[in-house]
Design a protein around this ligand. Structure first.
Ligand code: 5AD
Ligand code: SF4
Ligand code: FES
Length: 362
């Protein structure tokens, strides 16, 4: 049936039915999918892989997403917040090593002091690097005013995963209350766009009860919302979470991995000029997970810069990689890996989403 796959791959626009068929591709068929996605990638975004040095700023979180290891209700998580000096030190490392950009990620928190602290950190990182380091924030749902303050301080990209685009599933994986509301999350994505950020989103793949149709809808969601950057990866169970009870209903980890690779490849074909991340969760299942993602369409990688002493505590899921390494080890390790995957590192470049630049011009 590779002929059918070839036929689908020649289409200008993929329908939901086409996407589902591609997601269901067997081992031979998926090779055609991956080869085609690699060609699309080369033609539209080239070989360059851009770095976003990742600082996992804090695992304190006010929310209780049912799948997440650092949810507020997990009393076994040891909570931390990286100090200001350490953030600046990590930022300096990123700048000196020509990483181009930084991602500041943390659980979701609010409050005046917190908003001010982040604002100050963003300003300080900008000043320290003569405005050269690009800053991406991944700090959850916030008010329009907060988004604006952080934008004006110098952040220019924001990641907020929709997690799962089907509202029914969304409510199944989150507590039923105001702070875990699907509509509010959608609204936050719109606010980010309005304020002027390049907007990133993403989903988890292989969640319990999630179907191929749901995943096809996730990809169509990114298209419909004209998302500039996407980070998605396999769902990985965590013992201290309510969703662990469904672990026996999950597909095997390797299947979740290949499904995630297919999602990356199909998305690259659908949205040719966006930025797609090779996520850490891919590597949690397959030691070469991120390299494989790069081969089939991803062009962004996030080397971990979190100071070593905190890494073990930012455990969103089991088997998270790089928890015993430091920034220097991850840098060396990644360089070798990206070259192996036939990529080139875009040192010293922001590597903004071409999609965003085009939308601005039109
Ligand atoms: N498996 C995979 N990804 C997870 N995340 C949270 N918990 C898990 C898990 N168990 C992801 C969410 C969140 C991001 C920071 O980590 O998608 O947006
Ligand atoms: Fe908090 Fe994000 Fe985990 Fe939800 S997924 S509990 S918002 S860190
Ligand atoms: Fe962290 Fe390889 S990237 S150890």
């Amino acid at each position: 049936m590779t002929q059918l796959i070839q036929h689908i791959l020649q289409k200008q626009n993929l329908s939901k039915k086409d996407i589902v068929r591609l997601l269901n591709s067997d081992e031979t068929e998926r090779k055609s999918l991956f080869a085609h996605a690699a060609e699309v990638k080369e033609a539209h975004v080239g070989k360059k892989v851009f770095y976003r040095g990742l600082i996992e700023y804090s695992n304190l979180c006010g929310k209780n997403c049912l799948y997440c290891g650092i949810r507020a209700g997990n009393k076994n998580a040891h909570r931390y917040e990286v100090t200001e000096e350490e953030v600046l030190e990590a930022a300096r490392y990123a700048w000196e090593n020509k990483f181009g950009s930084l991602v500041l990620q943390a659980g979701e928190r609010s409050g005046k002091d917190y908003v001010r602290r982040i604002e100050r950190l963003v300003k300080e990182i900008k000043e320290m690097s003569n405005g050269e380091l690009g800053i991406t924030l991944s700090l959850g749902e916030q008010s329009e005013e907060t988004y604006r303050r952080w934008f004006e301080a110098g952040a220019h990209r924001y990641l907020l995963r929709i997690e799962v685009s089907n509202p029914e599933l969304y409510h199944r994986y989150h507590p039923q209350n105001k702070i875990h509301d699907y509509e509010a999350r959608l609204q936050a994505l719109h606010l980010l766009r309005k304020v002027g950020y390049q907007v990133g989103s993403g989903v988890m793949i292989g969640l319990p009860f999630q179907t191929m149709e749901d995943l096809a809808d996730d990809l169509l969601f990114f298209q419909e919302h004209d998302i500039d950057m996407v980070g998605m990866g396999p769902y990985i169970e965590h013992e201290d979470t309510p969703m662990y009870q469904y672990r026996d209903q999950l597909m095997p980890k390797m299947d979740r991995f290949y499904l995630s690779l297919k999602m990356v490849a199909i998305l690259r074909i659908m949205m040719k000029d966006i930025n797609i991340a090779a996520t850490t969760a891919m590597q949690a299942i397959d030691p070469m997970g991120r390299e494989k993602s790069i081969k089939v369409g991803a062009n962004i990688i996030m080397p971990n810069l979190t100071p070593s002493r905190y890494r073990e505590d930012y455990l969103l899921y089991e088997d998270k990689p790089c928890t015993d390494e430091d920034a220097e080890e991850c840098k060396r390790c990644l360089e070798a890996r990206i070259h192996m995957a036939g990529g080139e590192i875009g040192y010293g470049e922001w590597g903004d989403s071409k999609h965003f630049a085009r939308r601005r011009k039109s």
